[in-house]
Design a protein around this ligand. Structure first.
Ligand code: ARG
Ligand code: ZN
Length: 864
C-alpha cells in the first residue's frame, strides 16, 4: 500500500498518558498497556466519534478492556495489523494485554534480544510490534513504564526519563518503574534489560544543573568507552554554546548493542547505539572510527532538541529532524576536527551515494511525497541532501541570521510535532526574507546541473553566464528553477586570488552569487587579462556544476586555490575529466599532468597531511558513476588502473620517502603514510610487501594495523596470507575488529573473490546473517566498494547480492531492502550488465512472502 503525503489527516484520537508494564520471560514478554485516550479537537471527522484504529503487528492479544470493563469479541475487530474499536465517549481508558516473542524477533525492530539483553528499536514504525497503539509521531504522550524481570539475568531494567521506584518481587524477580515527564511520540520509547558494565560521569549544564551520564556496554568493554563519554560531554557543551540548548533530564543513558539496523537511535534519555559507534580505543579502532563515534554520539545528543523536543508531524517530514541534525553534527565535527577535511568527507557522500540515488529509481525529494515502507526512506537524500539544504540556509543567512531562525523555531514549536514548512517559515520570518522559491529544494527531486560560461567583454569586464536544469525523476517530469547560492572567487593565471566586483557591489575576493532564474548572467569587473573562476566554493549547493576549464587551469587551481575545498575539488575534477573522457586510454601527457600536480601537492610544505592524503586519492569509482548518466565500466576500470599504476611508479621515490620519514604520530600523518604504502604496493607488490608485513606485525594502533591488513588482503596471495590468518587469531574475540577483517578480504579484486566469499566468509563461524554489521562488512562492502568484481561480466557478483537479498528478506527485511538498492545504478551500464541485473531483480520480485521493504526497491528499479 502506497502512502501519500497529500493524504495527511490529523489523528481523530490522542493518547494523553501511556502506562506500560513489561514482564520479561525467557521465551516471551507480556506487555500490558493502559492508554488515556481523548478525541482530537483538531480532527474534523464527519462522524462525532469515528472508529479508532490502533496499529499492531505480530501481537497476541490476551485481554482487552475499556474503562475497566472487559470487551466481548463483538466489541472490537482484529484486522491485518489493526485493532479497531468503537469509542462511545470522548475520553476513555483502553487497557490491553499482549504476548510477544522478542527472542524470535530477527527484524531488530520493536522489542528484540541482542547478546542476552532485551532492547528496542521503534523508529519509524516498530512500536506497533510491542503493543496496540497509534503508531504515528504526532501522537505525543507522557509515558510511565514498569519493567519486571529476573534479578540475576537482568539487574538493569532501563527505560526513558527518570527512575521512579524499584523493588523486589517473588521468584528472584525485581522491578523498576520509570517516568518520562516530556510527552513524546512512541518512536522515541526505549527499553533495555540486561547485565552490563557502566561508565559513569557527570555534566554540569550552563545553568548549573547536574546531569548524570551513564554509558552501558557488554561486560569487559569498559576500556573502550572513554572516548564516547568525552564526545558526549563535548556535544552537550557545544549545543549550549552554539545554539543555547541545554539538556533537560537528570539522567542521560547510552546503551551499546551488537545487533542494530542503523547507527544509533535518539530515544529520550536512553539512546541505543550500534557498538560500532560507541566502542573505541587505539588498539581496536581506527582514526576514522573515532571520528564516527564522535559524530554519531553528537548526532543522537543533538536530536534531543531537533527531533525530540520538536518532533515530526508525520514521516514525510523526516528531514525536518534528520537533515537538521546531520547539519548540526557536521558543524560540530568541523569545530572538533579539520573543517576542510570534514567538508570534503561530506561532499564525497553526496557525490557518490546521493547523486546516485537522485538519478536512480528511488529518487525522491528530501521531503518525499509517497512511500510504501518508511524504513526505505532513511536515505542519503533525506539525511545528507537534507543537511545540504539546511547548510544553504546557513550560507544565505549567515551565522547570526541562522541562529535567529533556530531560536524562533524552538520558541514557537517546543513540545510540538511539526513540518518542514514550519521550519522554513521560522527561518524566513526571523530574518524577514521570502523563501517561496527556496522551498523547491523540499519538493523537487533530482540533482540540478548548472552550466557556467565566462566571456570577456572588454578590458577587465566579464560576464559569468549561468544556466540551470534538472533532469526528470520518477513522478516529476519537469522542474522549476531552484535558488542556488554559488560561492565564487577568481584567480589569475598564476593562481593568485583576485579582487573583483559583481554588478554594482564592492570590491571583494569572494562573493555569493544567487542563481534564481533558468538563465542568469552576472557582470564581473576584475583587473586582469586571464581569470580563472573558482566556483561553488565549499560546495555551497548540492548540485553538479560544469565549466570548461583547460587542464592547465585545473592544475593551477589544484596547486593554489586559497579555498581548501576547491583546491581538492580541482584535483578531483582534473582526474574525473581524464577518467570519464571518451578515449579508451590515457595519453602520456594526461598522466604527466596529474603526476606533476601530485608532486607539487606532496612537496607543498604549507599543506597539512590530511589534505594531502585526500588530494592524492583518485575520485572513487562510485563518485564517477554517481556523476555520470552512462558509463563504460570496463574502460573506466582500465583507465583508473592505468592512472594509479602511473602515479605509483612515477612517484615511487616520493611515496617511499613519505613512508619512511613521516612519523605516524597523529591522524593526518598516519593517513598520508598509509596512502603512500598503498601506492608502493601498487608500484611493486614483490618489492614492498615486506613493508606491509612489518607494519601489521609491529603496529601499535588499529589505524596502521588495518591499513597494512588491507593492502595484504588485496594482494595476489591475500586469501592464503599468514598475516591475514594471524590478524584473525589475534582479534577473533573482538567483534568490531572482525568486521574489519571480513571487509578487508572482500576488497580483493581477483576473480576467485566471489567463490571465496561464498565458501569461506559467509560460512565462517564468526559470520552471522542476523547481525547487520557482519552483513555490511561482507556484502555491502563487496557490492559498494569492490566494483570490479561486483560488476564482473559473468554476473557472479550480481547473483551473490541477489542471493543475500532473498535470504534476508524474511530474516531482516530492512537490511534486505537496503542491500537491494545496490542494484539501482543499472540503467547507466552496458546492455550485457543491464540484462544480468534485470534477471536478478526479476528473480527477487518473484519469490514468496516478499517484504514491503524489498518489494518497493526492486519494483521501482524494474520499472525505471
Ligand atoms: N533516528 C535515527 C538516527 O538517525 C535512525 C533511526 C533509523 N531507523 C530506521 N528504522 N531506519 O539517528
Ligand atoms: Zn538522526
Amino acid at each position: 500500500v502506497v502512502k501519500f503525503r497529500k493524504n495527511y489527516k490529523p489523528s481523530p484520537y490522542l493518547i494523553k498518558n501511556t502506562e506500560l508494564i513489561f514482564q520479561l520471560f525467557e521465551d516471551h514478554v507480556l506487555v500490558s498497556a493502559s492508554l488515556n485516550i481523548e478525541s482530537n479537537p483538531k480532527s474534523a471527522e464527519s462522524v462525532n466519534l469515528p472508529p479508532m484504529e490502533l496499529d499492531g503487528v505480530a501481537l497476541e492479544l490476551l485481554e482487552i478492556s475499556i474503562d475497566d470493563k472487559e470487551l466481548s469479541d463483538s466489541d472490537y475487530q482484529l484486522k491485518q495489523d489493526l485493532l479497531i474499536i468503537q469509542p462511545t465517549t470522548a475520553q476513555f481508558n483502553l487497557q490491553t494485554l499482549c504476548k510477544i516473542y522478542p527472542q524470535k524477533n530477527t527484524s531488530l525492530e520493536g522489542l528484540y534480544t541482542s547478546g542476552g539483553k532485551f532492547c528496542t528499536q521503534c523508529e519509524a514504525e516498530g512500536f506497533r510490534k510491542i503493543t496496540y497503539y497509534l503508531d504515528r509521531p504526532e501522537i505525543m504522550s507522557a509515558f510511565s513504564v514498569r519493567i519486571e524481570g529476573d534479578q540475576q539475568k537482568y539487574p538493569l531494567l532501563l527505560s526513558n526519563g527518570n527512575p521512579a521506584s524499584r523493588g523486589d518481587l517473588t521468584d528472584g524477580r525485581h522491578f523498576v518503574e520509570w517516568h518520562d515527564p516530556f510527552p513524546k511520540p512512541c518512536y522515541l520509547f526505549a527499553l533495555v534489560a540486561g547485565d552490563l558494565d557502566c561508565l559513569e560521569d557527570e555534566f554540569t549544564t550552563m545553568n548549573g544543573r547536574k546531569v548524570k551520564l551513564e554509558l552501558f556496554v557488554d561486560k569487559g568493554k569498559l576500556d573502550q568507552c572513554q572516548f564516547a563519554m568525552d564526545s558526549l560531554k563535548a556535544s552537550m557543551r557545544w549545543d549550549e554554546e552554539k545554539f543555547g540548548r541545554e539538556y533537560d533530564l537528570d539522567l542521560y543513558m547510552v546503551v551499546a548493542v551488537s545487533d542494530f539496523n542503523m547507527g544509533a537511535m535518539e530515544n529520550k534519555g536512553l539512546n541505543i547505539f550500534n557498538t560500532k559507534y560507541v566502542l573505541a580505543n587505539e588498539k581496536t579502532a581506527t582514526d576514522a572510527d573515532f571520528e564516527g563515534v564522535e559524530r554519531v554520539i553528537a548526532h543522537e545528543y543533538f536530536h534531543n532538541w531537533t527531533g525530540n523536543r520538536v518532533t515530526c508531524r508525520d514521516w514525510f517530514q523526516l528531514s525536518l529532524k534528520e537533515g537538521l541534525t546531520v547539519f548540526r553534527d557536521q558543524k560540530f565535527s568541523e569545530d572538533m576536527q579539520s573543517k576542510p577535511v570534514q567538508r570534503i568527507d561530506q561532499v564525497k557522500i553526496i557525490r557518490s551515494a546521493q547523486f546516485a540515488e537522485d538519478s536512480g529509481p528511488m529518487a525522491h525529494p528530501i521531503r518525499p511525497d509517497s512511500y510504501i515502507e518508511m524504513n526505505n526512506f532513511y536515505t542519503v537524500t533525506v539525511y545528507n541532501k537534507g543537511a545540504e539544504v539546511i547548510n544553504m540556509m546557513h550560507t544565505l543567512l549567515g551565522e547570526a541570521g541562522f541562529r535567529k531562525g533556530m531560536d524562533l523555531y524552538f520558541e514557537r514549536h517546543d513540545g510540538q510535532a511539526v513540518t518542514c514548512e514550519d521550519f522554513v517559515r521560522a527561518m524566513e520570518e526571523a530574518n524577514d526574507v521570502d523563501w517561496t522559491q527556496f522551498r523547491n529544494w523540499y519538493s523537487q527531486a533530482g540533482t540540478p546541473l548548472v552550466n557556467v560560461k565566462l566571456t570577456q567583454l572588454g578590458a577587465g569586464q566579464f560576464h559569468l553566464d549561468c544556466e540551470q536544469s534538472c533532469p526528470p525523476t520518477p513522478e516529476q517530469q519537469s522542474k522549476s528553477p531552484f535558488m542556488i547560492p554559488i560561492k565564487t572567487g577568481f584567480l589569475d593565471a598564476a593562481g593568485n586570488s583576485l579582487k573583483f566586483k559583481v554588478e554594482q557591489g564592492d570590491w571583494t575576493d569572494e562573493a555569493l552569487l544567487i542563481l534564481t532564474e533558468n538563465k542568469q548572467s552576472f557582470k564581473i569587473e576584475c583587473d586582469a587579462e586571464q581569470i580563472i573562476p573558482s566556483l561553488l566554493r565549499d560546495f555551497s549547493a548540492p548540485i553538479k556544476l560544469a565549466y570548461e576549464y583547460s587542464l592547465t587551469q585545473l592544475a593551477t587551481q589544484f596547486a593554489s586555490d586559497p579555498n581548501s575545498f576547491n583546491r581538492w575539488d580541482a584535483g578531483q575534477n582534473l582526474m574525473s575529466r581524464l577518467l570519464l573522457s571518451n578515449s579508451p586510454t590515457l595519453s602520456a601527457t594526461d598522466k604527466e599532468i596529474v603526476e606533476q600536480a601530485f608532486s607539487a601537492i606532496l612537496h607543498d610544505e604549507q599543506l597539512d597531511n590530511a589534505l594531502k592524503a585526500l588530494a592524492v586519492q583518485l575520485p572513487s569509482l562510485n563518485s564517477l558513476i554517481g556523476q555520470s548518466d552512462k558509463v563504460d565500466l570496463d574502460q573506466l576500470f582500465n583507465k583508473s588502473n592505468q592512472l594509479k599504476q602511473h602515479l605509483a611508479k612515477s612517484l615511487e621515490p616520493v611515496w617511499f620517502s613519505i613512508y619512511n620519514t613521516l612519523a605516524g604520530d597523529n591522524a593526518g600523518a598516519r593517513w598520508l603514510r598509509n596512502v603512500a604504502l598503498s601506492y608502493l604496493l601498487i608500484a611493486s607488490e614483490a618489492q614492498y610487501f615486506e613493508l606491509a608485513a612489518n607494519q601489521i606485525t609491529h603496529a601499535t594502533n588499529m589505524t596502521d594495523e588495518l591499513a597494512a591488513l588491507q593492502v595484504i588482503a588485496k594482494s595476489k596471495n591475500g586469501f592464503e596470507s599468514e598475516y591475514v590468518e594471524q590478524f584473525y587469531q589475534k582479534w577473533q574475540n573482538e567483534d568490531l575488529v572482525l568486521d574489519k577483517w571480513f571487509s578487508a578480504q572482500v576488497l580483493n579484486e581477483q576473480d576467485n573473490v566471489i567463490d571465496y566469499i561464498r565458501s569461506s566468509l559467509l560460512e565462517h563461524e564468526k559470520f552471522s546473517i542476523g547481525n547487520p554489521n557482519k552483513v555490511h562488512s561482507v556484502i555491502s562492502t563487496f557490492s559498494a566498494n569492490n566494483l570490479v568484481q561486483f560488476h564482473h561480466a559473468s554476473g557472479a557478483g550480481y547473483a551473490l547480492l541477489a542471493d543475500l537479498v532473498i535470504q534476508l528478506n524474511q530474516i531482516n527485511p530492512q537490511i534486505a531492502g537496503r542491500l537491494a538498492t545496490q542494484f539501482n545504478q543499472w540503467k547507466k551500464l552496458d546492455s550485457n550488465r543491464q540484462t544480468l541485473i534485470k534477471s536478478q531483480l526479476s528473480k527477487i520480485i518473484s519469490i514468496d512472502a516478499l517484504s514491503n521493504d524489498v518489494f518497493e526497491v526492486v519494483d521501482k528499479s524494474l520499472k525505471m
